[in-house]
Design a protein around this ligand. Structure first.
Ligand code: FE
Length: 193
């Protein structure tokens, strides 16, 4: 069995004051852990049991397995997209954002707008398509861009469980504060050249 809950890349209080310790405790310790536990149970008696998470996402046509596998991936990716050691984007990722969105400010505005306009639960991504172009993409519920053969670069979780403890129903404020903890080094490392 290759599926496990990966350790958080920082302490649970490291994203304060933007993301509280309590939010991380619930989001990582209950929600993310819950998807891992459910996925392990769903695949234990199937031929997917020794597959990697990416392969499970790509191969399965079982909606329940897909949803849980995608949520495990999406959450791990989300934690990796954040850091208490925040710096501005540099190098290739900075140039690509300017090339595809005109300016970093325009990109930020469009990303926050996409987070605000996604109806219901889901995720907002920066993805790179096969031609190397960057797009802001909204996905509903658990859906993961890997299934669409796109490369995820950045993700924000906009399920209510990601922000309700800290921001109640104020999703836009959450995404604006989340912006202060984006790990641009990690995002840059995802770019395919
Ligand atoms: Fe979540």
């Amino acid at each position: 069995m290759l599926i496990e809950l990966p350790p958080l890349p920082y302490e649970k209080n490291a994203l304060e004051p933007h993301i509280s310790t309590e939010t991380v405790e619930y989001h990582y310790g209950k929600h993310h852990q819950g998807y891992v536990t459910k996925l392990k149970k769903l695949i234990e008696a199937t031929k997917l049991k020794d597959e990697t998470l990416i392969n499970i996402i790509k191969k399965t046509d079982n909606q329940n397995i897909y949803n849980n596998a995608a949520q495990v991936f999406n959450h791990t990716f989300y934690w990796n997209c954040m850091t208490p050691d925040h710096h501005k984007p540099e190098g290739a990722i900075e140039m690509l954002i300017k090339k595809h969105f005109g300016s970093f400010e325009t990109f930020k505005e469009k990303f926050i707008q996409a987070a605000g306009t996604l109806f219901g639960s889901g995720w907002v991504w920066l993805v790179q398509d096969k031609k190397g172009n960057l797009h802001i993409k909204q996905t509903r519920n658990a859906h993961c861009p890997i299934k669409d053969n796109e490369t995820p670069l950045l993700v924000c979780d906009v399920w209510e469980h990601a922000y309700y403890i800290d921001y109640r129903n104020r999703r836009k404020e959450y995404v604006e504060k989340w912006w202060n903890v984006i790990n641009w080094k990690f995002v840059g490392e995802q770019v395919k050249t």
